[in-house]
Design a binder for this molecule. Structure first.
Ligand code: FMN
Length: 360
């Protein structure tokens, strides 16, 4: 069985190890969602990852409702991403761009007062970050079927922009309760047209987006993230096995390079501990590289590879606080904890100042 430190081919990408940096929103772009120079330093510090999956990048203003998160829809954003991907390359790394549409979780204050869009007229439970503090989520309007081609076109444009900006490829964010997840799950998809009802119909938006993106930039440069047992932001499904098993099969038919599956932690503190893990059903249906996520340390990550459950493991908070995480895992060095209070603050503090082990 492979070691975490063994190389792996992920579609068009030659990764020198199997320790993947999971996507992490950090809120260090401008108020207008333009990436900043600080982000080049942050990602370059983490270039020893087998592959960096960028923080989620909005595919359109309609899809982006996170303060100071970057977008990838405008020329200005593309130009500002370029020095970031170049810095990562210069440091020996490689990076794909996570493509994000937040659907009903975009607050109207990001949309000039307009309603966010979703599969159906629903409201996410709870509150969201805005430039004016936390606000309750607003009711979404249902996307018309006639609006979907334009939505798909936004994903395609964002994917093309990502390659222009120097990324090796993209990851379509279909997890964590955002737009595509809102279409996948029975709790948020109440449609009775071709995009709702049966599993096949609820998977349709995912299929159309990924097919179009793969058609534009090549399936070997495309990955997808799914979170079958997470019930983030009010999405849920009584039968995740047939739903996510079919989603994995569809992605495999399209030939996407990798599938990152976020399962909740084994201690039952989040997600659906009453649902057994769904990832084995997805891996069985998917022929590309499977990456598993959530709450791994080095030993559990290696054990998952040993059991053949995944070909690579992605680490979120581990990479956030340990820029040299692969070296620390290889040498079983202690890991620094992350500081949640600086996850989304704007400055370099809690961002550029996590030292590598030798400096500690
Ligand atoms: C600060 C922070 C930001 C995150 N941003 C994203 C994101 O942009 N896209 C995404 O898919 N997941 C995001 N996540 C989830 C992580 O990718 C990952 O699934 C989570 O941290 C669990 O993995 P871990 O136990 O290795 O940290 C975020 C998590 C954290 C802590």
């Amino acid at each position: 069985m492979p070691l975490l430190s063994d190389p792996i081919r992920i579609g068009a990408i030659a990764a020198p190890n199997r320790m993947i940096m999971a996507p992490l929103t950090r809120g260090r772009a401008t108020r207008d969602h333009i990436p900043t120079p600080m982000m080049a330093d942050y990602y370059a510090q983490r270039a020893s990852a087998g592959l960096i999956i960028s923080e989620a990048a909005g595919i359109s203003q309609q899809g982006l409702g996170w303060p100071y998160a970057p977008g990838i829809w405008s020329r200005e954003q593309v130009a500002a991403w370029r020095p970031i991907t170049q810095a990562v390359k210069a440091a020996g790394g490689r990076m794909v761009c996570q493509l994000w549409h937040m659907g009903r979780t975009v607050h109207p204050s990001f949309l000039g007062g307009a309603s966010p869009v979703s599969a159906s007229v629903t409201t996410a439970p709870g509150h969201t970050h805005t430039y004016d503090g936390n606000q309750p989520y607003a009711q979404a309007r249902a996307l018309g079927a006639e609006e979907i081609p334009a939505l798909v076109a936004d994903y395609v444009q964002a994917a093309r922009h990502a390659l222009e900006a120097g990324f090796e490829g993209v990851q379509v964010h279909a997890a964590n309760g955002y737009l595509i997840d809102q279409f996948l799950r029975a709790s948020s998809n109440l449609r009775d047209d071709g995009y709702g009802g049966s599993v096949e119909n609820r998977v349709r938006l995912l299929r159309e987006v990924v097919e179009a993106v793969a058609g534009a930039i090549g399936p070997e440069r495309v990955g997808v993230r799914l979170s079958p047992n997470e019930e983030n932001k009010g999405v849920g499904d009584p039968e995740p096995v047939p739903l996510f098993g079919r989603a994995a099969e569809v992605l495999s038919e399209i030939g996407v390079a990798f599938l990152e599956i976020r399962e909740p932690p084994p201690d039952g503190t989040r997600g659906r501990p009453d649902h057994p893990p769904v990832h084995p059903h997805m891996s069985a249906a998917f022929k590309g590289v499977v990456m598993l996520n959530s709450d791994f340390d080095g030993a559990r990550a290696q054990a998952a590879l040993d059991r053949g459950e995944a070909q690579a493991i992605s680490f979120g908070r581990g990479f956030l606080a340990n820029p040299d995480l692969p070296d620390r895992l290889r040498r079983s060095l202690p890991l620094a904890p992350d500081k949640p209070e600086t996850w989304y603050t704007q400055g370099p503090e809690g961002y550029l100042d996590y030292p590598a082990y030798v400096e500690a």
